[in-house]
Design a protein around this ligand. Structure first.
Ligand code: NAP
Length: 337
């Protein structure tokens, strides 16, 4: 495959290259793409240096697959241009996720919906991916009614500038601010921009994307998304009300049998998921599994994953692997509006 990594110099882009290398994705030619600011820079993949190129040159090279992690505006403008030359785009931004003509894919759940016609495929929001992976087997068994999620999100979810802000503040250095307030030794109930309904865009992604991925609008999700000064992964407190009652040991069993999930749940040994353990791993970790004693059929759990890996790069590469394994990459061009 001729593969373009768009946003290769960014936080997700760096991990994307690592994941492609680790999983030995079949690459015959690699195009590393970023903004004009970075054109000419050199990045290393499998020990070889590659020069960063601009978007127009990458389209002209007509890659088979382009994995985008360069923000929504870049995706909106450029993903259709790649699709027009026959490239299959896997996009990490929020630009296409809720477009009814585009698939929103967590491979373990709904990769089977993908066809050769899909030229722009959306990767869900990082906080959504880890939550929905744990909810899917439970929803199938007990039928979800309502989910209440509060997130504790890593600064790496905002990108390079946010990690720099946290590091500068910790070192007492005055620097550029990615957030409107200090993040070190703080908690900001503010991820992404505020919307007219008083929620943030991140909170609405958590509310809407699970319904699309699970192809079911009969349950609802309400979210509060909080940025905290960690760098290793996102954590989530998830309260789920089901239509049907459950058995806790069966819940643990279902979760531990789900590909991509690791149950870490033993209060006696202080075992529970934490970003320091999830960091650098592809799995989604679930623990603190317990019954909500205040209402029937309701479960509490704590879900942690590395937002740059399963929340972004790993999920995107898994989609690419599925496409290749199932012969779904074809150079037929498509006009995307
Ligand atoms: N961080 C996460 O956990 C996470 C998870 C899921 C999805 N995402 C999504 O992934 C995308 C990238 O996030 P990030 O955290 O990696 O951000 P980042 O660290 O700020 O990196 C942004 C990347 O996009 C490139 N870029 C920016 N404007 C561009 C333009 N006009 N043309 C071409 N390239 C451009 C940058 O290139 P330069 O270096 O040249 O500026 C850089 O490579 C965003 O859409 C984000 O929502 C992030």
């Amino acid at each position: 495959m001729k593969v373009a990594v768009v946003g290769a110099t960014g936080m997700v882009g760096e991990v994307m290259l690592k994941v492609l290398e680790e999983r030995n994705f079949p690459i015959s030619e690699l195009l590393l793409v970023a903004s004009e600011r970075s054109v000419g820079k050199k990045l290393t993949y499998k020990g070889e240096e590659h020069m960063v190129i601009g978007l127009a040159d990458a389209v002209a090279a007509q890659p088979d697959i382009a994995i985008f992690s360069a923000g929504g505006d870049t995706s909106l403008e450029w993903a259709p241009k790649f699709a027009e030359v026959g490239t299959t785009v896997i996009d990490n931004s929020s630009a296409w996720r809720m477009d009814p003509t585009k698939k929103l894919v967590v491979p373990e759940i709904n990769a089977n919906e993908l066809t050769v016609e899909d030229k722009i495929i959306a990767n869900p929001n990082c906080s959504t991916i880890q939550m929905v992976l744990a909810l899917d087997p439970l929803h199938k068994k007990y039928q979800m009614k309502r989910v209440v999620v509060s997130t504790y999100q890593s600064v790496s979810g905002t990108g390079v500038k946010a990690v720099e802000q946290m590091e500068n503040e910790a070192a007492g250095i005055d620097g550029e601010m990615a957030y409107p307030h200090p993040i070190n030794r703080n908690a900001l109930p503010h991820c992404d921009v505020f919307l007219d309904n008083g929620y943030t865009k991140e909170e609405m992604k958590l509310a809407r994307e699970p319904q699309k991925i699970l192809d079911d609008r009969t349950f609802s999700v309400t979210a509060t998304a909080v940025r905290i000064p960690t760098a290793g992964g996102h954590s989530e407190s998830v309260n789920v009300e089901f239509h049907n009652d459950f058995d806790l040991s069966e819940v643990r069993q279902l979760l531990s049998e789900t590909p991509g999930i690791v149950v870490q749940d033993n209060p006696e040994t202080n075992t529970y998921p934490m970003p320091v353990f999830a960091n650098g791993k592809d799995d989604v970790f679930v623990g603190r599994i317990r019954r909500d004693e205040t209402q029937p059929n309701t479960l509490n759990m704590w879900i942690v994953a590395d937002n740059l890996r399963k929340g972004a790069a790993t999920n995107a590469v898994q989609i690419a692997e599925y496409l290749v394994e199932n012969n779904l990459v074809s150079k037929t061009s498509q006009t995307v509006s």
